[in-house]
Design a protein around this ligand. Structure first.
Ligand SMILES: [Zn+2]
Length: 771
C-alpha cells in the first residue's frame, strides 16, 4: 500500500512539474512566481501547490556520468531504481567541460563516447515522465586545448604569462567571456531544449585562492575596482592582497547572480541556478565562496560534502546542516551529495562504501536538517552492493519526512563563527587556528549532550533573543559591528564563553593592542609584540599544564599553595569532577595577562618542563599567576568565561576527557542551567531538538559503535536504555510520543513543563516526536 501511495504522489508531482516546465518561461505572474497550480484533485494534498519544487523535493539521486557511460546507460533499470529509493529528483550531467547532449554552442565539446546520443535529453525526459525534478549539472571551470587555442584570452594565466592547467585541461578565467557569454549560452540552450527544473554546477567558482590570475581581464577589472595592480604574491599583511581577496569574493557573487538571471529568463522564475557549495568553511574560503552572502540569495543549497573524515566524525554532518540553515533559513532545503562509494581515505570511485558507514552519514545529515542525495560514479557497476545502501534509509525518510523539514532548532547555546575569521585570521592555517577550536568545542557539546546551534557573527542580533549563551571559539577576527552585538548581548544578561585570541584582531586580521572585548573578559594583553606563529599554532604538544585554583580568589582565602591537598566542596562548580587533582594536562602556551578586579581565575599556567628522560620530568615553575581561565559577570546576570588557554583546540587534537569535561562544565555554569535536554545512559550520542507547530522532534544518533571514530564503520552496536528529559515549549503538551525508527510504544511522564521518558534501545538512531 505504501508503495502504491508513493507512486500516486510521484504522479501528482509529475503533473505539477510538467505544468511548470511548460508554462513557466512565458507565464509567471506579477509576484515572479511560476503558476504552479495543481490539478483539482490535489487541492488538499500535503504539498501545497504554491510551494515551488525547490522547497518540496526532499530526496535526490545522482549517477555522475562518466564519458564511457552513454552507450551502456540502462535508463529503464535506473527508473526502477528511482522508485526503489523514493527518489524525487535527479542530478544529471548536462554540459560545461563536456556536453551530454547534441549542443550547437561553438567549442562546447561532446563527451568522448557520446556518439551523437542525446543522453541528457533521454534521462531528463525519463525523469519528467516519472514525476521527478531535474537538476541539470554543469562543470564549468576548464576546457580542452582546442578551446584554449581559439580564445587564449578567456583563460587564467600565472605571473609568467603561462596558462593554469589541471592535467590536460586549461583553467578558464572567471573574469572572461567564458563566464559572461559562453556558460550563459549553454544554460540558455539547455533550459530551452529540455526544461530542467534547475541547474547546478560542480566547480562554478573558478580558480582557487592559491593561484593569482594575471590575464588582461583580471588586470583591467581589479584596476577599475581598486585603482591598484594585482598583487604579485600572497601577503596577508598587504592591504592590496586583502582587497584582491574581497574582489574575488564579489566576482563569484556576480557569477551566481548572472547565472540565476540567465536560467530564470530562459526557464521561468523557478528555474534556479544553484552551484554546489562545500561542507567546509575553509573550503569555501579557498574557493572565494562567501557562504552567508550566497545563502542570502540562494533558493536551495546544493551541498557537496560526500563523506566523513576521521578528524570530524559523522557528527560533522549534523553540525554543517545546522550551520548552513542558520544562514539560509530553515524553510529552505539543503540536499547533500552522499557518496555510496568509498570516498576519501582513499578514493575508490567504483567500490561500495560499507552500508553502515553510508547510512550513518545520511542519518547525521538528516539530524542536521539536510536532505539525502545518493551519489554514485558511473551508470553501471561491478560492485552492486552500493545499490542497497540508500534503499532502507530513503524509504524511512519518505515515511517520516513531515517531521524532518520545515522546523526550527531548539537550543539555548549558540556557537559563533564567521568566514572572515577563517580568511583573515586563519590565513594559511585555518585548520589549526580556526577549525580545530570550533570542532573541539562542538565535540565537547555533543559529548555532553548539550544541544547547540551555529550562529554567524553577523546574525547575533537576530538570534540572540532565544539564546542564553554564546560561545566564541577563538573568534579572533571580529568587526566592530560584531563586537557591538556581543556587547549588547551581554548587557541584556546573555552569557559568553570566549577562548584563545577571541576579538584580538580587526576585520582584516590585523592584531590589536588589546582584546576588543577586554572589558567584558576582565582581561588585558600586556605584551604588545605578537607571539611568534609557533606559539599560536603549537604544532607539537607542549609539555605544559594548568593548575586548578582550589578556591575562588575572593580575597578571603587567597590562592592556595599547590602542595596543599585540594579542599573538595569549596571549589567553583566549573571544577566539579576534578576533586582528586590539582592539575590537568594542557599542551599549549600562555602569556601573562592583566586581569581586572572582580574577576576570578580558576586555572593558572604551568610552563613547559622536560618530558624525557623521566628523571628530568619535574616542574621547574609549579605555580604562576598566568591565567588560563577567567570568570566575570555583570549586574544584568551575565556570566562570562574567558579562556586564553585554548582547551577547545587541545580537545580536538588529543581527545582528553578532562578537556571535554571542563568545557562541558563551563557551558553548564555560564548557561545557568538553561539546557532544554537531559539524556542519561552510556554512549556517545548526538542530540538535536526541533520544534514544529504543536510538537517537538528529538533526534538521538548513536555514535558509540566500533569504528565511529575511524572510517569506515561496518557494525552498529546498540545502546540503551536512555532516560530522556526534555523541556516542553509553549504549545507542546507532552501527552504522547512516537518513536519513528523503532516504532516502540513507551510511557511518558509530564511534570513542571518537562517531559520524561525512557528509550529502551537505540541501534543507529531514534527520532522521537512529542505532541
Ligand atoms: Zn583572469
Amino acid at each position: 500500500m505504501e508503495h502504491e501511495s508513493a507512486h500516486n504522489s510521484r504522479r501528482s508531482f509529475l503533473k505539477k512539474s510538467t505544468m511548470a516546465a511548460t508554462f513557466a518561461a512565458a507565464d509567471f505572474n506579477l509576484f515572479g512566481v511560476a503558476p504552479f497550480a495543481a490539478p483539482a484533485e490535489d487541492a488538499n494534498a500535503a504539498s501545497p501547490a504554491d510551494v515551488p519544487w525547490f522547497r518540496r523535493v526532499t530526496r535526490w539521486g545522482q549517477v555522475n556520468i562518466t564519458e564511457k557511460d552513454p552507450a551502456k546507460y540502462d535508463i529503464a533499470w535506473w527508473r526502477k531504481y528511482w522508485k526503489r529509493t523514493q527518489t524525487e529528483g535527479v542530478i544529471i550531467n548536462a554540459g560545461g567541460i563536456v556536453a551530454y547532449y547534441p549542443t550547437k554552442i561553438p567549442l562546447h565539446r561532446q563527451a568522448q563516447y557520446l556518439n551523437g546520443i542525446d543522453l541528457f535529453g533521454d534521462l531528463c525526459r525519463a525523469a519528467h515522465d516519472d514525476g521527478l525534478a531535474v537538476f541539470a549539472r554543469m562543470d564549468s571551470n576548464r576546457a580542452h586545448e582546442e578551446f584554449y587555442n581559439a580564445h587564449p584570452d578567456w583563460f587564467a594565466i600565472d605571473g609568467d604569462g603561462k596558462p593554469y592547467k589541471a592535467a590536460d585541461l586549461f583553467i578558464t578565467c572567471v573574469n572572461s567571456p567564458y563566464y559572461n557569454e559562453h556558460i550563459p549560452a549553454i544554460l540558455k540552450e539547455i533550459a530551452q531544449l529540455y526544461r530542467p527544473e534547475g541547474f547546478t554546477d560542480n566547480s562554478w567558482s573558478g580558480l582557487g585562492r592559491e593561484s593569482i590570475c594575471y590575464c588582461a581581464n583580471c588586470q583591467k577589472g581589479f584596476l577599475a575596482k581598486t585603482g591598484k595592480e594585482i598583487p604579485r604574491k600572497k601577503n596577508w599583511d598587504d592591504q592590496t592582497y586583502r582587497d584582491w581577496i574581497r574582489w574575488n569574493y564579489d566576482r563569484r557573487l556576480e557569477i551566481w547572480d548572472l547565472n540565476n538571471k540567465t536560467t530564470k529568463a530562459a526557464g521561468g522564475a523557478n528555474c534556479v541556478w544553484s552551484g554546489m557549495n562545500s561542507g567546509s568553511v575553509s573550503g569555501q574560503s579557498r574557493s572565494f565562496r562567501d557562504y552567508r552572502t550566497i545563502c542570502k540569495r540562494a533558493d536551495i543549497i546544493m551541498l557537496d560534502d560526500q563523506a566523513r573524515r576521521d578528524s570530524e566524525g559523522f557528527q560533522h554532518n549534523a553540525q554543517v546542516g545546522k550551520l548552513i540553515h542558520g544562514i539560509l533559513g530553515w524553510e529552505k532545503l539543503v540536499p547533500e551529495s552522499m557518496a555510496m562509494y568509498q570516498a576519501h581515505r582513499p578514493w575508490f570511485r567504483v567500490a561500495s562504501k560499507p552500508e553502515p558507514e553510508a547510512r550513518m552519514w545520511v542519518i547525521e545529515g538528516i539530524a542536521g536538517g539536510i536532505q539525502p542525495w545518493w551519489h554514485m560514479v558511473a551508470a553501471s557497476h561491478d560492485d552492486r552492493r552500493m545499490y542497497h545502501s540508500p534503499e532502507k534509509i530513503f524509504n524511512w525518510h519518505k515515511a517520516n519526512e513531515e517531521f524532518l523539514i520545515n522546523r526550527q532548532p531548539v537550543a539555548s547555546v549558540g556557537i559563533v563563527w564567521s568566514q572572515e575569521n577563517t580568511d583573515f585570521y586563519g590565513r594559511d592555517q585555518p585548520e589549526q587556528l580556526v577549525e580545530q577550536p570550533y570542532r573541539g568545542m562542538t565535540q565537547a557539546l555533543i559529548r555532553a549532550r548539550l544541544p547547540f546551534v551555529p550562529v554567524h557573527a553577523d546574525d547575533i542580533e537576530r538570534d540572540a533573543a532565544r539564546l542564553s549563551l554564546l560561545i566564541l571559539p577563538n573568534l579572533a577576527v571580529m568587526s566592530e559591528e560584531q563586537v557591538a552585538s556581543i556587547r549588547n548581548f551581554v548587557n541584556r544578561g546573555g552569557s559568553i564563553i570566549a577562548t584563545g585570541e577571541t576579538s584580538l584582531y580587526n576585520k582584516w586580521g590585523v592584531r590589536q593592542h588589546d582584546y576588543a572585548l577586554a572589558d567584558i573578559f576582565g582581561a588585558h594583553v600586556i605584551s604588545e609584540a605578537p607571539p611568534p606563529m609557533e606559539d599560536r599554532l603549537a604544532g607539537e604538544a607542549y609539555h605544559t599544564y594548568l593548575r586548578l585554583v582550589p578556591e575562588i580568589r575572593d580575597g578571603v582565602d587567597g590562592p592556595r599553595n599547590g602542595t596543599e591537598p585540594a579542599i573538595s566542596g569549596k571549589r567553583h562548580p566549573i571544577l566539579k569532577g576534578f576533586e582528586e587533582t590539582d592539575i590537568i594536562a594542557y599542551g599549549g602556551l600562555l602569556r601573562r595577562l592583566k586581569t581586572d578586579t572582580g574577576t576570578e581565575v580558576l586555572m593558572t599556567y604551568i610552563p613547559q618542563f622536560p618530558v624525557y628522560p623521566p628523571e628530568t620530568a619535574w616542574m621547574r615553575e609549579p605555580k604562576t599567576d598566568i591565567p588560563g581561565l577567567i570568570l566575570s559577570g555583570n549586574v544584568q546576570g551575565s556570566r562570562v568565561a574567558f579562556m586564553p588557554a585554548d582547551i577547545d583546540r587541545q580537545f580536538e587534537r588529543f581527545n582528553l576527557p578532562d578537556h571535554g569535561n571542563l568545557l562541558a562544565n563551563i557551558v553548564r555554569w555560564t548557561a545557568k542551567g538553561n539546557i532544554p535536554l537531559e539524556v542519561e545512559g552510556p554512549g556517545l550520542i548526538d542530540c538535536n531538538i526541533y520544534q514544529q507547530p504543536g510538537r517537538l522532534v528529538v533526534h538521538l544518533v548513536n555514535l558509540t559503535s566500533a569504528g565511529t571514530w575511524r572510517a569506515p564503520l561496518d557494525e552498529f552496536i546498540s545502546i540503551g536504555p536512555l532516560r530522556v528529559n526534555t523541556r516542553l515549549p509553549a504549545g507542546v503538551k507532552g501527552k504522547s510520543l512516537r518513536l519513528l525508527v523503532s516504532n516502540q510504544k513507551i510511557p511518558v511522564v509530564t511534570k513542571d513543563g518537562w517531559c520524561q521518558f525512557e528509550v529502551p534501545s537505540v541501534l543507529d538512531h531514534e527520532v522521537i516526536v512529542i505532541t
